[in-house]
Design a protein around this ligand. Structure first.
Ligand SMILES: [Zn+2]
Length: 68
C-alpha cells in the first residue's frame, strides 16, 4: 500500500478484525511517518452487480445524450 500523502511505501502497523460486520481495519505508517488507515469489507455479490448495472445505465444515458 502506498502512502496517500507522499506515495512512499507504507507498512501495516495494526490489523483489527470486526466480527459484527465482517470488516477489517488496517493502520499503516509510511517511511516518512505519515499515518493512515484502511477499511476492508466483503461486498455482497448482488451489490457489485447492481453497481455495475448502474454504471452501465449511466454510461448509456451519457452516450445517448451526446448523440441527441
Ligand atoms: Zn507518507
Amino acid at each position: 500500500m502506498d502512502c496517500p500523502t507522499c506515495k512512499a511505501w507504507a507498512e501495516v502497523k495494526d490489523t483489527r478484525q470486526r466480527k459484527e460486520d465482517n470488516t477489517r481495519y488496517r493502520r499503516y505508517e509510511c517511511a516518512n511517518g505519515h499515518r493512515f488507515s484502511t477499511r476492508e469489507a466483503v461486498l455482497p455479490p448482488e451489490t457489485a452487480i447492481q453497481a455495475r448495472m448502474a454504471n452501465l445505465a449511466k454510461a448509456r444515458k451519457a452516450y445517448q445524450e451526446r448523440r441527441a
